[in-house]
Design a protein around this ligand. Sequence first.
Ligand code: NAP
Length: 486
Amino acid sequence: MICIPITALNTGAALQDITQAEQVADILELRIDYLADPDLEKLLTARKKPVIITNRKNDEGGKFPGTEAERLQFLEEAVRLGAEHIDLEWSCGPQVLQHFKDLTRGTKTRIISSWHNFQETPKNLGELYTSMKSAGADIIKIVTHAKSINDNLKIFDLICQAQENDQQIIALCMGPQGEISRVLALLLGAYLTFGSLQKGKESAPGQIEAQVLRDVYRVCELKDADFRLYGLVGNPVNQSQGIRIHNRAFQHMELDDLYANFLVEDVASFMRGFKGYICGLSVTMPHKQKIMDYLPQIDPMARRIGAVNTVVKKKGTLVGYNTDVMGAIQAIEAITPIMDKNVVILGAGGVARAIAYGVVNRGGKLTILNRTFSRAQSLARELFCQAGELEEIQNIEADLLINCTSIGMAPQTEEMPVPESVLRPGMVVFDTVYHPAQTRLLKEAKAKGCRTITGVDMFVNQAAAQFVLWTGLKAPIEAMRSALNL
Ligand code: NAP
C-alpha cells in the first residue's frame, strides 16, 4: 500500500488534502500533531480510505503542543471512532502499549508500534525488532536516517526477517540516501511505504511523491513479483530522467523490472553491498571512471574511452560498457555520415571524450576546442587529431559542430558556446545538452538553415542501448522518449 501523510495545518485544509490524496493513496496517515484545530470526528467521517492516526511526540519529530495525557487521548478517541490504525511510539513504554492493546481488543483498530532515529541507522536493529515483536504490537514500524546508501541494506534485512516471522512491518530510511528504501520496501514485503501528496508536503526527509511511486516506479503493480533491479549510480541523481525512461521501457515491454536512483558517495562500499541485488546499472558523474575498478570485465571501447556508463550482469559477472558513444554516433548517423567530414567538438570533458572516440572511429576529421586548452590538447594527442581554444571556431569550416560543454544548459538557457556567425546553412549542429531539449544554439542553428541533433536524441539512444544490453530485447524507443519530462 502507498500511504500519503496528511500534513495540513488545520482541519479544513486537511479535508481538502484527504480528497486529493485519496485519488492516489491506498491509505492515509492523518498527522493530528500538525493540526491547530484537530477535529478527529470530522476527519474520520469524511475520509473514504483506511487511516493511520498519528499524534507524534515532539521528541520523535512531532509538533503536538499539549501534554502527554492529552496527546494519548486523541489516540483513544481514534479507537472509539473506528480508525483502522493508531501509531503509538515504542518509547511510550510497555504500560501504555498494554493500555492500548486492552482498548483495541475486539475493535477494528490495529496498533502500529513505531520507533524513529533521525540521526543514523544503528547496527542492532535486529534486537530492537525482536523486543518489539515480543511486546505484541500488530505492526512494527522502524524508521531510521540513512547516512550512506548501504544503510538501506540493514532495513532490507529487517523486512526479510519480518517476512520470515509473518510479522507485518513498516521499515525505511529517511534522507536522500534512503530514497531507495521507500521504493524497495514494499516490493520486499513491507506493509506500506509513505509517499507525499506533492512536493513540499513531505512529512519526513526523502519522501518521494506518491504519484511517482505508483506511476513511475509501479511499486504496487510489481508487488510480490520476482523483479530485477537496475538503477543509476551517481551523485547527484535527483535530476536524472533515467527513472522515467527506463521504468517506462520495462512497463511497455511488460517486464517485472525496476530502475531506481542510488545516491552513492563511496562506490567501493556500494558495490560491496549491492552487487548481489542489482542486474545492471547506469553510471553518471562522478563515478564513471571509479566504477571501472570494481568490474571484472570491461568492453574494449569503454576501456579506450576510460569511462563506463553502463554495467551489465552477465552470468553473474559485472561487465562495463560505454553507451554514450553509441548513443551519440547513432544520433549523428541518422542525419549525416561521419567519414571524411570536418568535425569540431567543443569541450574536452567526459562526454566530449566519448564522442571524440566515436567520431575518430568512424573516420571523421576531428578538431577539439576547449576553454582549457591543455585538456583539448591532451585528448587530441591520444586521438591523433587537432586541438585549439574555443575562439578558434571562427577559423574552421566545420561540417559537423558538436557542443559537449555545459553551456546553454538550464538555467543558463540564453548562453551559446559559439557566436551565431559561425553557423552556416548545410552545417549539422549537435548539442549534447538535453535540458532544455531545444537549446539556444540549436534554435539559432535552425534559423540559419543548419540541420540539428538534440541531446535528447543522444540521451534516448544511450538509454535504449542500455536496455538492449540489460534485457537482450529491442528497446521501445518511442515509449522511452515519451516518458521524458524536460
Ligand atoms: P564535464 O566532464 O564536466 O565537462 C564539461 C566541459 O564543458 C569541459 O570541457 C569544460 O571546459 C566545459 N565548460 C563548462 N563550463 C564552461 C564555460 N562556462 N565556458 C566554456 N566551457 C565550459 O561534463 P560532461 O560530463 O562532459 O558533460 C558535458 C555536458 O554534456 C553536460 O552539460 C550535459 O548537458 C551533456 N550531457 C549529455 C548527455 C546526453 O545523453 N545527451 C549525457 C551526459 C552529458 P573546461 O575543461 O575548461 O572546464
